[in-house]
Ligand binder design. Structure first.
Ligand code: ZN
Ligand code: ZN
Length: 404
């Protein structure tokens, strides 16, 4: 268990994670880290099996701790089909079928992969009541230590409560070789944390919502660290990979400490995830989470800047002003790393903002602007600004061969 005492009303924060191992050859330690489990069910997809799964399987087999392995077809999505497959394959039949007994269940689920595989496995872990851990293969999102999983259910994307990983193992060598779209996705998920914390602070003051200064400070620190390192991602410097991985884990840990994704998800996630949902509703595979959220960050920044210029409210002006230097840093970073866009059409852009307001019950600047009756005007006004300042290429133009 990882824990800390705190000055907020919760007084104490803890998560059931026992080990967070981020190092160059972390994968070689997997059998030792999981030595207390004896029937480990390993889940990977075709890609993650090649980059990490095969080695993990060998190590667990040698230690005598592997029950069996499931390799999902790539690209595996965090949907009902993947969850169903993992569930079907989770137990093994006995040598002689016994009508009085259940199938042989594993005592641990090990996800080898990042976003999709991790979310799929932790749902099954939660439902079966078996602990799980993850060998992360790309620093693409902050869900390793999170308490919830966004899952595709039919034409809906719904957020479910799930298990928190007991063990998080990040092999920096493997993460260093991750496909570049996944690295950019990790950055996109991280740069929005300033917006999320600003939304949270405003909500604390305007709606009386619970707030924790220590958690907010941890998230900001992790974000600063990520942004400093991001420019080195394209050159795949080990330091950049380490900082991004640690930042994403810390962000997830803060979500778990808080008990909700509040410290890591504000306006930018509401907009980005609405675009994801719009794809799902149209029967399309949604784009990488952090890419959609990354674009949402630029929208949120321009909404806040416009409000800062135009509001007469001294309190709001003061709050936004604190974050203006961070917004400048994000704008400068985008000129270097050029996170590609998925939404360039004005109507889709505006719909993401308008529907994003109610994506979940959470007070953000979108709610504030709506209450003032100026949300759509703001959405239409920032569209050309976002496109001229931050847009370089669409995701498809930049990565034409990417599947999902
Ligand atoms: Zn606290
Ligand atoms: Zn996210």
């Amino acid at each position: 268990m990882i824990e800390m005492d705190c000055t907020c009303s919760q007084k104490h924060h803890s998560i059931p994670t026992e080990v967070i191992e981020v190092s160059e050859n972390a994968i070689e330690k997997v059998a030792d880290i999981l030595k207390d489990y004896h029937r480990i069910f390993m889940v990977a997809d075709e890609h993650t099996y090649e980059v990490a799964g095969r080695r993990v399987e060998t190590l667990l087999k040698e230690a005598g701790n592997l029950s069996h392995t499931l390799v999902l077809e790539a690209p595996a999505l965090p949907n009902a089909e993947s969850i169903g497959k993992v569930l079907i394959e989770a137990g093994r039949d006995r040598e002689v079928y016994d009508i009085n007994a259940w199938s042989l269940n594993p005592d641990y689920i090990l996800a080898v992969g990042s976003g999709s595989i991790n979310d799929t496995c932790r749902m099954v872990s939660y439902r079966l009541g078996i602990p799980y851990g993850v060998v992360g293969t790309a620093p693409s999102m902050d869900g390793y230590a999170s308490v919830v999983a966004p899952l595709l259910n039919g034409r809906k994307k719904l957020v479910y409560n799930c298990t928190i990983a007991r063990h998080i193992i990040i092999d920096l060598g493997i993460n260093q070789a991750a496909p570049y779209p996944l690295l950019l996705s990790g950055v996109g998920d991280m740069i929005g944390k300033y917006v999320a914390i600003l939304d949270w602070e405003i909500s604390r003051d305007l709606t009386g919502e619970y707030y924790c200064q220590q958690i907010a400070d941890m998230v900001i620190k992790a974000t600063d660290q990520c942004i400093q390192a991001s420019a080195g991602l394209e050159g795949r410097s080990l330091d950049a990979i380490r900082s991004t991985s640690e930042g994403l884990i810390l962000s997830g840990q803060c979500i778990a400490y808080c008990g909700s994704s509040r410290p890591a998800s504000g306006t930018e996630h509401m907009i980005g995830q609405t675009w994801e949902v719009m794809d799902v509703e149209e029967g399309k595979v949604p784009n990488l989470h952090g890419i959609e959220v990354g674009e949402g960050v630029f929208v949120a920044i321009e909404l806040f800047r416009k409000l800062y210029r135009e509001t007469e409210d001294k309190y709001l002006k003061g709050m936004i002003e604190k974050y203006l230097p961070a917004f400048e840093r994000i704008e400068a970073l985008q000129q270097v790393i050029k996170i590609p866009f998925t939404v360039t059409d004005e109507e889709r852009f505006v719909e993401g903002i308008l529907r994003g307001r109610t994506f979940r019950k959470r007070f953000t600047i979108l709610q504030y602007l709506h209450a003032q009756g100026i949300l759509e005007e703001y959405a239409r006004d920032v569209y050309p600004k976002v496109m001229s300042k931050y847009f370089f290429q669409t995701f498809k133009e930049r990565f034409p061969d990417w599947e999902a």
